[in-house]
Design a binder for this molecule. Structure first.
Ligand code: KG4
Ligand code: ZN
Length: 332
């Protein structure tokens, strides 16, 4: 059975064809990121217009790439929430039109749950598992006892982890999106140069707003002491920027990893699943890898192709729910 997945929650227009529940036949993504870069963040109106321009082409490419036609598609899955309202509307309207025109069942899906199950496109699911979703808008830990039975253990009280990467990059004048830029610069930095911490008590909740402010104050102090005037403003030595990036990244990675491990211990689960844009980060992947190995935990991190927003995770999650009759009511 073939499923068509459609994703338009933020700035990526995605379409994917899935065979059965996890055979990714195609996974096409068109990003409007470059149009948002000059503004230092995603502009909702630009994102919706970009979806409108590319959704037909992206869907056509996904079908062609998979070597199937609309007649072969038995289920359409579309991201229903959360996301930018205008962007979601484009994907949902398009998916509804397709399903009405071809008389195909349509499921609306939760974007975060799609990230949560993304690592199981390549790995067998073992229940129960703990899931860590780390994206630009969310940072959450779930206990999942069975397909569709997710219990929220904790989430962020303020900024999400990806949002903190983006805001820190903005403070340091590095550009957008912050995650990949900070990760690259951190490679040449000393992660022990500055002591940053993400402090949110002993539970399973997160907070990344304080660390962002701590970095801002440290940066201002360094500018006062070492700053030199340039055409673009005050600049500090590149090594200091690299050290700030490495120290910040280390603190965030440590917090995410320790809380994920704590969730594992508190639930007794033996598998940790990780998804979302921040799961692309190699430092996080490595730290989780060593902690899980030390503690005998099976780690399933989403393949890098399915970390950032994509339609394969949406199609696969929907097909899995449909196969086990655990889906919500059809949108059509
Ligand atoms: O999952 P995603 O594509 O979109 C949302 O659902 O929000 O995640 C985007 C977030 C951005 O905040 C971006 O800075 C972050 O993922 N990100 C990273 C890396 N690549 C993307 N964060 C840390 N390290 C990375 N390599
Ligand atoms: Zn996402």
């Amino acid at each position: 059975m073939y499923t068509l997945g459609i994703e338009t929650s933020c700035d990526e227009t995605g379409a994917a064809v899935i065979k059965n529940v996890s055979g990714v036949c195609s996974n096409v993504i068109s990003s409007s990121l470059a149009r948002h870069v000059p503004f230092g963040g995603v502009i909702p109106e630009i994102a919706s217009r970009a979806h409108l321009e590319s959704i037909s082409f992206v869907t056509d490419s996904a079908l062609k790439g998979a070597g199937v036609s609309l007649d072969d598609i038995k289920l359409i899955c579309v991201t229903e929430s959360p996301g930018l309202i205008g962007s979601l509307l484009v994907g949902i309207s398009f998916a509804k039109s397709l399903s009405i025109a071809t008389n195909t069942k349509l499921l609306g899906l939760d974007h975060l749950k799609a990230h949560l199950y993304a690592s199981f496109i390549d790995n067998k699911i073992n229940f129960p598992f703990v899931g860590l979703v780390v994206s630009g808008g969310h940072t959450s830990l779930y206990e999942v006892k069975n397909l569709g039975e997710e219990r929220l253990l904790g989430s962020t009280r303020d900024d999400a982890a990806g949002e903190a990467f983006d805001k820190v990059a903005k403070i340091l004048g590095l550009g957008y999106p912050g995650g990949p830029i900070i990760e690259k610069l951190a490679l040449n930095g000393n992660d022990k140069a500055y002591l940053f911490r993400c402090d949110c008590g002993k539970g399973l909740e997160f907070s990344f707003s304080g660390i962002k402010t701590a970095l801002l104050y440290k940066y201002r102090e360094l500018c006062r002491i070492y700053g030199k005037k340039s055409k673009t403003g005050i600049i500090i030595p590149e090594e200091m920027i690299a050290d700030l990036c490495a120290s910040f990244q280390k603190a965030v990675v440590e917090d995410l990893s320790q809380k994920a491990l704590k969730a594992i211990f508190s639930t007794g689960a033996k598998t940790l699943a990780v998804g979302g844009g921040v799961a692309f980060n190699n430092c996080l992947r490595e730290r989780l890898g060593s902690l899980c190995k030390e503690n005998g935990i099976r780690l399933c991190v989403a393949n890098k192709s399915y970390c950032l927003d994509n339609a394969a995770m949406v199609g696969s999650f929907g097909a899995r729910l449909f196969a086990e009759r655990k889906h919500k009511k059809f949108l059509f």
